[in-house]
Design a binder for this molecule. Structure first.
Ligand code: ZN
Length: 423
């Protein structure tokens, strides 16, 4: 086995398997984070991005049972010798670097801190920068985190948005960077703790260049493609790296103070108001959907009585925004103007009937909402099962809470709360 100075194996020469004392790496912990699902709170492990003497990168993970010990041992930015670890294939999603392998640290893994004096040549940071123009290509692609660099031009106040699947409001802060303008959304603590006052103050004199790392791309209604934070996300202001210096040099005479903006698109739900918005089907029927404001929602507890099987229960929609696609003679295009970089997807369009003790009425159920009720995505079922079978699945549910809103003269399911949380 080849090794570099000091008997350390370069990350580029690691091989599959569990390595005992024969293989030792010397790495800087560039970033460290607890990989978790922000909705459920479930923790998957302690992840880190490692960099070695050659500048090679590799992600590492410690499983939850070993997290506590390793959290105490590993400090972001420091250099360690690691011994007794396992090398496996990379994960399919949420990778911070392009290496096909990753390190798993366990209870047996030996972690020894090495003085930075002898390893100062190991870089502190490594990023996988994506050009602003390529951000839409990363939409729904979570295989690799998206890192971006840009000059901050405006900062919004903290806003709130409602999450149906967790039945709560979450906070976020939007920032905008220059160039081809890019939206950045920082969620929860990352957004709340962002020192907007300080950044705006500093930004009066000089341009502020920010690096956002560990992000993913998502299309938001009314905002557009947005680089949003995850539990792996961090940001760095005016980092001393080549890319920041280059961007700063290119901005030399274009300094403009940073704008402070109100949150431009808030979408909070007041739980008490929502419960007050409970309606029976009889009450819904007495309303004229065309006279309701966009965004009006009602809560109803209903059973679904199946779908109209004489109509298609699916449609071809835009990969990004799920609006219907059209055809320009040679290729499909999104009627909302999304980039044409992904094939259309098959999505649900269920013309269903819902019922409670006061009556029954038609309700449209599209895309993700239908997916929650059916349990599988439409693209897995089109061609495999019939509308009658979809209808049977839909009507097999007990009565449940649905959030409905006005849609083209009728009503549409706007949210499917978790069964457990529905009040
Ligand atoms: Zn679209």
């Amino acid at each position: 086995m080849g090794s570099s100075q000091g008997g350390f194996t370069p990350l580029s020469r690691l091989t599959f398997g569990t390595h005992g004392r024969r293989m030792r790496v010397r790495v800087r912990v560039s970033r460290i984070w607890v990989a978790s699902n922000p909705n459920s709170g479930e923790e998957y492990g302690l992840d880190s991005l490692l960099i070695d003497d050659e500048g090679a990168t590799m992600q590492a993970r410690a499983y939850p049972r070993d997290m506590k010990r390793l959290k105490n041992l590993l400090i972001e930015g420091k250099v360690y010798a690691l011994l007794n670890f396992t090398v496996r294939r990379k994960m399919y999603s949420y990778m911070a670097c392009r290496n096909d392998l990753m390190i798993y640290m366990g209870g047996q893994t030996v972690v020894d801190e090495i003085s930075d004096d002898i390893c100062s040549s190991i870089p502190l940071h490594s990023f996988e920068f994506v050009d602003f123009g390529d951000v839409p290509f990363r939409d729904k692609d979570n295989s690799l985190f998206t890192d971006v660099i840009g000059q901050i031009v405006s900062i919004e106040e903290v806003g709130q948005a409602w999450k149906w699947d967790t039945w709560r409001n979450i906070s976020f802060r939007n920032l905008h960077t220059a160039g081809r303008q890019l939206n950045i959304a920082l969620y929860e603590d990352l957004g709340r703790n962002f020192d907007a006052e300080q950044v705006i103050k500093q930004g009066q004199q000089v341009s502020i260049v920010a690096v956002f790392t560990g992000m993913i791309v998502q299309l938001y209604k009314g905002i557009g493609f947005t680089v949003r934070s995850t539990t792996a996300s961090k940001y760095y202001l005016d980092l001393d790296i080549l890319e920041v210096q280059e961007l700063r040099a290119s901005l030399a005479d274009q300094h403009k103070p940073i704008d402070r903006l109100p949150c431009q698109l808030q979408n909070p739900v007041n739980l008490t108001e929502l419960v007050k918005s409970r309606r029976t089907i009889e009450q819904l029927k007495s309303l004229n959907p065309d006279e309701l404001h966009w965004g009006t929602i009602f809560l109803c507890t209903v059973t679904l009585k199946g779908i109209n099987c004489t109509k298609d229960w699916w449609y071809k929609g835009c990969f990004h925004c799920e609006w219907p696609i059209s055809w320009d003679g040679s290729k499909p295009f999104c009627i909302k103007g999304c980039p044409n970089n992904a094939l259309p997807v098959l999505l649900y369009k269920l013309d269903a009937v819902m019922e409670d003790t006061t009556g029954a009425m038609n309700i449209m159920i599209f895309g993700k909402q239908a997916e929650v009720l059916v349990g599988l995505s439409a693209d897995k079922l089109v061609g495999e099962i019939t509308g009658e079978q979809i209808s049977a699945v839909i009507s097999s549910h007990q009565s449940r809470a649905l959030v409905v809103g006005p849609h083209r003269g009728g009503f549409v399911v706007a949210g499917v709360p978790n069964d457990d949380d529905a009040c």
